[in-house]
Design a protein around this ligand. Structure first.
Ligand code: C2E
Ligand code: MG
Ligand code: MG
Ligand code: MG
Length: 291
């Protein structure tokens, strides 16, 4: 009974619906054709600078608009794509589309750093660095405008592949971020050697900030660790003014979450940012209508 999702960001197909075997098989088949049928798109979620409250970048998040199920959650289809060998193809499309979008924004006078998410398979793909380099060159986008997010779990899984790919991406000038930090197990000695620029604190810690002393201690420690290692720190999943205030007090460099803006299509992002222009999002977000 899912309506056609169109440009809406509502996820109508939830993870639990992907658990039944025949539904999975059907989804997997549909996923194989999703790209050629033009069902994939990128939504963009702003990241806010903790110093001046301005938008300092966006994270590109893959969206699948299924003809029957509506928007399928990435939690469902990314896992499927990983399992059935479709993730590299999808990931390549994300690289191409993000670069194309940066070039389009540039033509409208907007230069913004875009983060893309890199999967485990892509990290092990020897052609990733060249592919990214070529996509950037083809669209005339400087490498420093692209940021690649790799989750802590994936980065620690195959340290050799991580080191190789991180070194290659850093060499061409792409920025690197360790995503969902705190949810896995990092070797700090190893983390120190990676040419990453930032740590992204996992949403679960941000979620508990207001009611858990432990969560506050962990986030505070991660911010200090990041700064000691000369890394920037980003908090994801910021949903309330209270969380924002705690994170700013802890000197978190960037904030991202529904409190500021949801992920949205490129044209909506443009309209949104024009509406916010000149404002500091840290001061001017009204303290009402919180989740
Ligand atoms: P992620 O990279 O950690 O992305 C952040 C997720 O948190 C996104 O979920 C975003 O919509 C959501 N989020 C942002 N702010 C808030 C908030 O305030 N509250 C809550 N509850 N959630 C918030 P999304 O878009 O469903 O993506 C889930 C995951 O799927 C991503 O987690 C990422 O690991 C993966 N993913 C998404 N797009 C891609 C892609 O292009 N390639 C790969 N390999 N993975 C992707
Ligand atoms: Mg991410
Ligand atoms: Mg994340
Ligand atoms: Mg996350």
């Amino acid at each position: 009974a899912a309506k056609r999702a169109g440009g809406s960001c509502h996820v109508l197909f939830e993870p639990h619906m992907g658990s039944d075997a025949s539904a999975q098989l059907e989804l997997q088949n549909d996923l194989r054709h999703a790209l050629e049928r033009g069902e994939m798109s990128l939504h963009y979620q702003p990241k806010i600078d903790g110093q001046d409250g301005q938008v300092c970048g966006v994270e590109a998040l893959l969206r699948w608009s299924h003809p029957q199920h509506g928007m399928v959650s990435p939690a469902v289809f990314i896992a499927l794509a990983e399992r059935f060998g479709l993730i590299v193809q999808l990931g390549n499309w994300v690289i191409e589309e993000a670069c194309r979008q940066m070039a389009e924004w540039k033509h409208s006078g907007i230069v913004i750093r875009v983060a893309i998410n890199i999967s485990a398979h892509q990290l092990r793909d020897n052609s990733l660095v060249t592919r990214i380099e070529q996509a950037l060159a083809r669209h005339g986008v400087p490498a420093s405008q692209l940021l690649c997010e790799i989750t802590e779990t994936v980065a620690m899984e195959d340290m050799q592949a991580t080191q190789r790919t991180f070194d290659g991406l850093a060499r061409i000038g792409v920025f690197l971020s360790i995503d969902d930090f705190g949810s896995g197990y990092s070797s700090l000695n190893y983390l120190r050697q990676l040419p990453a620029r930032q740590l992204k604190i996992d949403r679960s810690f941000v979620h508990d900030l207001e009611f858990s002393e432990d969560a506050r201690s962990v986030v505070n420690a991660v911010v200090k660790l990041a700064h000691a290692l000369n890394l920037g720190v980003v908090a994801e999943g910021v949903e309330t003014a209270g969380q924002r205030d705690i994170l700013l007090e802890m000197q978190c460099d960037e904030l991202q979450g529904y409190f500021f803006a949801r992920p949205m299509p490129a044209d909506a992002l443009l309209a949104w940012s024009l509406g916010e222009q000149g404002k500091s999002l840290l001061d001017n977000v009204p303290p009402v209508g919180l989740l």
